[in-house]
Design a protein around this ligand. Structure first.
Ligand code: AQP
Length: 330
């Protein structure tokens, strides 16, 4: 499949340390980060975003380091790109406040992800509502031209563009207007048990998500038990066969052939599931192995992050100061 990024462009993207990376995160975002990494690419573990839902402090600490190790294991090279932790660069929270003051309650309350997550709990946190503004700050601080993200982030990216344009019109041309970049296949990997819902770290059913660090037997079991339909005709058709089409997109993203071509090779679901399990297990095994090596040395992980934090702050600081000055802060 063609590389869809222009590697001369400034890139920014992030991932929440809200749980173990699943194949939705990997295929929808992280795999593209690895393919597009270059000295102008900035990737961050967005730990402030993980505070929008209840999370144990000890779990957040562990998961943040796990997340950095997973990104390195997936192939990010800190000699090539910049990998940092969002909360270590205070300009993110600072710019977020400035941008909240050019955003409206109406536009934030219309965000689908906010409505879905708020519906699942009583007394949701204000941060759940304002999270897309913090995401806008993450992107705009780096003057990112491209933002490689899964399909679920389209709406938040549109909000970022709107807020940036509004700011520029009112206070002067400070921000670059970014574009979202989505992978050709598996831009939205669905839950294997509920194919109408996206695969998610925080709200998936036990067999619904395949995690990058799952054991081979778990991967096999989850794919075998994935919900399909009562027919046995292998056809790529999201309308009538969402469960099967999800499997075909996952297959396509790991293998590189189109979902239609893959479908044409099979006459029954059993063989397709069995081959897909083998492919996923073989594709993820080197990542899991590398992860275990890296995770055993937290000091080395910390050194990578410190270096990245520093590089990120050097880019973000001047943009924040220009934005603050444009608004009248002295
Ligand atoms: N199911 C998905 N399919 C394709 N891409 C996905 N992404 C997330 N889920 C899918 C992409 O992964 C990147 C990092 O996502 P995130 O950590 O910021 O969290 P999220 O989008 O809110 O997704 P999760 O994994 O489901 O986390 P929780 O449950 O904590 O909200 C993003 O580029 C996202 O598009």
């Amino acid at each position: 499949m063609p590389v869809i990024y222009d590697v001369s462009m400034r890139i920014l993207s992030g991932i929440q340390p809200s749980g173990t990376m699943h194949i939705g995160n990997y295929l929808g975002a992280v795999k593209q980060w690895v393919d597009s990494q270059n000295p102008e690419a900035y990737y961050c573990v967005v730990d402030l975003h993980a505070l929008t839902l209840e999370i144990e402090p000890a779990a957040l600490r562990e998961q943040t380091t796990d997340c950095v190790a997973s990104l390195l294991a997936a192939g990010l090279d800190p000699e090539v790109c910049t990998l940092f932790i969002q909360s270590h660069v205070p300009f993110h929270a600072q710019l977020s406040w400035l941008l909240e003051c050019v955003s409206s309650y109406g536009e934030l309350s219309r965000m689908t992800q906010f409505k879905e997550k708020a519906d699942r709990q009583e007394g949701y946190r204000v941060g759940l509502l304002t999270y897309p503004v913090l995401m806008a700050a993450d992107i705009l601080l780096y003057s990112a031209q491209q933002v490689p993200v899964g399909d679920d982030q389209r709406q938040h990216l549109e909000l970022t563009r709107n807020v940036a344009e509004r700011f520029n019109n009112r206070y002067g041309e400070i921000f670059t207007i970014p574009e979202g970049v989505h992978p050709p296949a598996a831009a939205r990997v669905m839950d294997l048990q509920e194919p109408s819902r996206k695969m998610s770290k925080s709200i998936s059913s036990p067999l619904g998500s395949i995690y990058v660090l799952d054991e081979p037997a778990e991967i096999e079991k989850k794919i075998k038990k994935a919900v399909t339909d009562t027919e046995n005709e292998v056809r790529f058709d999201w309308e009538t066969k969402p469960g099967l089409s999800n499997l075909l997109e996952i297959f396509s993203s790991f293998e590189g052939s189109s979902p239609e071509v893959i479908a044409s090779r099979y006459t029954g679901y059993g063989a397709l599931k069995s081959d897909l399990a083998t492919l996923v297990i073989e594709s993820l095994a080197p990542i899991a192995e590398r992860y275990r090596e890296l995770r055993s040395d937290p000091t080395a992980i910390n050194a990578v992050v410190l270096h990245g934090d520093d590089k990120a702050a050097q880019v973000a600081g001047p943009v924040y100061r220009r934005a603050a000055a444009a608004m009248g802060l002295i």
